[in-house]
Write a protein that binds this ligand. Structure first.
Ligand code: ADP
Length: 509
């Protein structure tokens, strides 16, 4: 079955390098898992294809059963055949199927992309393989997709394959591709001698298609070939078209501006629901949030071995510890902020340099600062619920999920005005009029002064119960679910399909 305008039921294949609940290093996994669910609930026929990081899956909780399909796919990687087996599973609560690509040599690892020493040496090979497997699975399983929705550089090769070796072949004649950029800073750049791993002829290694600054660039490849491009917030869609935000690919995006849409991510409002969240010591609603949050705060202070005082504001941060997230601003203002009677709680992992800085801060101020270095889903939820303020002073932030979790959990975010933070957090400027919509605090300059002043203003506002309540109410009552975003993706899919039918008359690339 292909796109049928009367039933409007689309066959959608989503290809991603990670997806909740099977694997997760960041927002991409949340988005992939939640989008599949929402599109499935809207009645579309959705298949999610992801690599099977077997050791990660085996040690994770709440993974649905995984069974063998009996299907094997063999791809010639340079001069050797490499075979994957395809397992399948389901996303609980939907009919959406999940296909897991099991290839032990490439994917039986505890981390999807790299370890403490940086990215894995064979990342180009691993994800070229994954990208080449996706259309082969579609072919062998006769999925006949209307849409293949690719995410980030790890799947950037797929649109190129669809436009070259699969063009016009049975099962793909009407397949459109959509490429979503979750983070422009990660492009999948490899030396040109990796080109044979892509299975694409060398003639595609040119500045308009797969090459950028003499390197193979897999994100650029996706951007050049996909029928439509999306990114994860309207503001980020504008930012990536500028030299500052485009990381060298802004000319490509400016060329394709008409095909570029920014769609703010939603959140998984079942997993992130303060009323029913099983990871919290107690659930709460807007009406019961005072008692609920105060219990969550006491629990958090206890867990993090901080003095348990309800009246001391807790400032939380859950984040990958990398340059992007503004840890330098936080570290440089920490002493100034800790002069006040506040506590700070950090959860994160990433760059050893920032990990150590955060550890040092906790060692110097054991009564006021607590840090956990690592990945911990339950603590992430407990910080969102137990903190009063949540920090996201990012240099850039394509969408950001944590500020939306904070808003839903009645925790007021302090964010920098970039990307999805600018699209979801409305600044309280101290004026009555702004209380209509304000739900947090926003600063613009990437400077210690601007950040610290904004946190201080937030702490002062916290003392005004009426205003604080209003900020929390504005955040907690807005719909942050996927329903709206999934509708926008469907609009993009339809535009992509129109482009394919036009192209059938004009010929492929
Ligand atoms: P990014 O994708 O850039 O890392 P997002 O805000 O879009 O940032 O998404 C981050 C996601 O990862 C959120 O769901 C956040 O709660 C989660 N997360 C990040 N670090 C940790 C951690 N150390 N432990 C648990 N969850 C984390």
């Amino acid at each position: 079955m292909s796109f049928n305008a009367s039933s409007n039921r689309l066959r959608i294949v989503i290809a991603a390098s990670e997806a909740v609940p099977f694997s997760k290093t960041g927002g991409l996994a949340d988005v992939a898992g939640a989008l599949v669910k929402s599109l499935g609930q809207l009645g579309h026929d959705v298949v999610l294809i992801i690599p099977d990081y077997f050791p990660m899956r085996r040690s994770a909780n709440g993974i649905p059963p995984v069974d063998e399909t009996g299907i094997q796919v063999t791809i010639r990687m340079k001069d050797r055949p490499v075979t994957a087996t395809v397992n399948w599973s389901a996303i609980p609560g939907t009919e959406a199927r999940v296909l897991l690509v099991r290839q032990p040599e490439y994917f039986d690892r505890r981390q999807p992309y790299g370890d403490g020493n940086g990215g894995f040496q064979d990342n180009c090979e691993r994800f070229c393989f994954f990208s080449r497997v996706v259309p082969e699975i579609c072919r062998q399983m006769v999925l006949r997709p209307d849409i293949i929705h690719c995410n980030d550089w790890q799947t950037g090769l797929i649109p190129a394959l669809l436009n070259s070796q699969y063009a016009g072949t049975s099962g793909f004649a009407r397949t459109a591709t959509v490429m979503t950029i979750h983070n422009m800073a990660y492009q999948g750049r490899f030396w040109h001698f990796d080109m044979p791993l892509t299975g694409m002829p060398w003639r595609y290694f040119n500045h308009h298609q797969m090459e950028s600054w003499n390197e193979l660039n897999l994100l650029k490849t996706g951007l050049a070939f996909a029928d439509q491009i999306t990114t994860v917030s309207p503001t980020y869609a504008e930012e990536i078209c500028t030299p500052d935000g485009g990381y060298g690919l802004d000319p490509v995006l400016r060329d394709r501006h008409a095909d570029l849409t920014g769609i703010l991510n939603g959140i998984d409002d079942v997993a992130w629901n303060p009323e029913t969240d099983p990871l919290l010591p107690t659930g709460y609603t807007l009406d019961t949030r005072r008692a609920g949050k105060s219990r969550c705060k006491a629990h958090l202070q206890h867990r993090m071995q901080l003095p348990c005082f309800d009246e001391v504001p807790v400032i939380g941060m859950v984040s990958r510890m990398v340059d992007q997230k503004g840890f330098d601003l936080v570290m440089e203002s920490a002493e100034r902020l800790l002069n006040r009677n506040v506590q700070m709680v950090f959860l994160g992992t990433g760059d050893p340099y920032y990990e150590q800085m955060v550890r040092n801060l906790a060692n110097r101020f054991p009564e006021q600062v607590a840090a956990q270095i690592g990945f911990d889903e339950s603590l992430a939820h407990q910080i969102e619920a137990g903190a009063d303020l949540f920090l996201m002073p990012s240099r850039f932030e394509p969408c950001g999920l944590n500020q939306m979790y904070s808003l839903r959990y009645g925790t007021v975010p302090v964010v920098r005005k970039v990307g999805g933070l600018a699209d979801s957090v409305v600044h309280y400027d101290g004026q009555l009029a702004s209380l209509e919509t304000a739900n947090g605090f926003v600063f613009t300059d990437y400077s210690v002064a601007a950040f610290a002043e904004t946190v201080e203003r937030a702490l002062e506002t916290l003392e005004n119960e009426t205003v604080w309540d209003r900020l929390i109410r504005n955040g907690m009552t807005r719909d942050w679910s996927w329903t709206g975003s999934a509708g926008h993706y469907l609009d993009v899919y339809r535009r992509a399909l129109e482009r394919v039918s036009d192209r059938r008359f004009e010929g492929r690339v």
